[in-house]
Ligand binder design. Structure first.
Ligand SMILES: Cc1ncc(COP(=O)(O)O)c(C=O)c1O
Length: 454
């Protein structure tokens, strides 16, 4: 601590005195102080005390093409000198139109109506309200419940928590939440034997029992990110979609974490060849530059809201920063770079290489229960006992300790429990990935040894 520069010390001291950080027990910050980051470049962050940190998690999964990418920065800068923001009610602008044209060219076919907001949870809230109102307005007034998957995560506002399944985020707020129907999601790590028979049976049973009262099903397609980077088969996604079709239930794809190439295709739904009724996008849409989200839907859903004013069918939902031109400029640039530089194809090649490298490197650590990946997202799940797949006691806080240790070594590597993951910018180099692998290996080994010698 004494080696910190004066600037770094001042930043940290002020922060500890006044700032309340997301998703943290602030007492932990006293023994593990916040890192004062002053600059970003590519996959690297630079601190006030001259350290260089490799950001392997794309700064919460949004920084799709590296920090301070000149093209995106320039586009925002140009936009800031043209039109920075304008109310989006009754006003349009070429920047939102350009973005909507770009989105139309990449989203699953049939999604033709776009409603903008400014963060992931807001998009989920909007999708839930849109689905609910749709059902009411087409006369399905009994369809008031949502179905969702166990271990699902859709954000942390009350509606989003209600369709999530993670007590870590929601237990305290249960009395405020809506009651929904939770479907057991496939656990392809600990209960692979349940798939497909038991899992599909489960889902069918839920639909048989509750299908008539369901307004929509919301899922994170293929990847349950915050739930532990759990990956399930595309056939399961398709089966859920088919059940929705059969029972007249809207299918909402929350692609906030999976969109824009993260899973190896533009959208995770593309793997299953489906067009959801409603799709939520955020995070990578602006490459992590500006807060933005969008809810995309079909003409059929849109038409249920379209009528004379006096019929009270309008979707009365708004966010101040809807269609913000700076965010539009960033998003247009991101989509054009992805297309022009064939970033997703290249990321898929990198992903194959990375899978090989991780498998080779970590095969001698017996506490590595599984290395799994989808697209360029890789997760390493640590277990106490590989034969039973039993986890370490949560009181060990193993993942958290590894995360802290990695940060000291110059790697921003986050954990979910004892699951460590890479979710880097899609254009990361193999050299940087090799560096991340080496540090990860070193800190995992070191922390496991410390547990053994306790
Ligand atoms: C699948 C999913 N949905 C929704 C959200 C919420 O997004 P935000 O943090 O922008 O509210 C997240 C955030 O991690 C997410 O992963």
């Amino acid at each position: 601590m004494t080696s910190l520069s004066k600037e770094a010390r001042e930043l940290i001291d002020f922060d500890l005195k006044h700032i309340w950080h997301p998703a943290a027990q602030m007492k932990d910050y006293e023994t593990f102080e916040p890192v004062p980051v002053v600059r970003g470049d590519g996959c690297y962050l630079y601190t006030a005390d001259g350290r260089k940190i490799l950001d392997i998690v794309s700064s919460w999964w949004c920084n799709l093409l590296g920090h301070c990418n000149t093209e995106i920065s320039d586009a925002i800068s140009k936009q800031a000198h043209t039109l920075e923001h304008v109310i989006f009610a009754n006003i349009t602008h070429p920047y939102a139109i350009e973005l909507t044209k770009e989105l139309l060219s990449v989203v699953p076919k049939g999604l033709v109506r776009f409603n903008y907001a400014d963060n992931g949870s807001s998009a989920v809230e909007m999708a839930l309200k849109m689905a609910f109102q749709y059902q009411m307005q087409i006369g399905n007034t009994n369809r008031t419940k949502f179905a969702c998957l166990s271990e699902g995560y859709h954000g942390e506002t009350i509606g989003a928590l209600s369709v999530g399944s993670m007590d870590l985020y929601s237990l305290m707020y249960k009395p405020m939440m809506m009651e929904n129907i939770h479907i057991e999601a496939p656990d392809m790590f600990r209960h692979k034997e349940d798939y497909p028979e038991k899992c599909l049976e489960n889902a069918k049973k839920v639909f048989k029992e509750h299908g008539h009262e369901l307004c929509a099903l919301i899922v994170e397609p293929l990847l349950q990110g915050a739930g532990g980077m759990r990956i399930y088969p595309k056939e399961y996604l398709k089966a859920l979609y088919d059940l929705c079709q059969e029972y007249g239930v809207l299918f909402i794809a929350d692609e906030i974490a999976t969109g824009f190439g993260r899973t190896g295709k533009w959208f995770a739904c593309d793997h299953a060849g489906i067009t959801p009724d409603i799709m939520c996008l955020s995070k990578a849409i602006t490459g992590g530059y500006m807060p933005m989200s969008v809810v995309c839907t079909t003409e059929r859903v849109y038409q249920a809201f379209y009528d004379d004013y006096s019929k009270n069918k309008a979707f009365v939902h708004s966010h101040t920063y809807a269609g913000n031109p700076l965010a539009c400029a960033a998003a247009v640039t991101v989509i054009r770079i992805l297309k022009r530089d064939k970033i997703i194809d290249k990321a898929n090649e990198t992903a194959l290489w990375l899978t090989d490298e991780l498998t080779k490197k970590f095969s001698d650590i017996e506490n590595v229960g599984e290395i799994r990946h989808i697209g360029l997202i890789h997760a390493i799940e640590l277990v106490k006992d590989k034969s039973t797949l039993n986890p370490f006691p949560s009181s060990e806080r193993l993942g958290y300790r590894i995360y802290q240790d990695a940060l000291k070594e110059g790697l921003l590597l986050r954990c979910i429990g004892d699951i460590l993951y890479f979710n880097p910018p899609l254009n990361i180099s193999r050299e940087d990935l090799s560096k991340a692998i080496d540090i990860t290996y070193k800190v995992i080994k070191r922390n496991l040894e410390q547990i053994e010698t306790k």
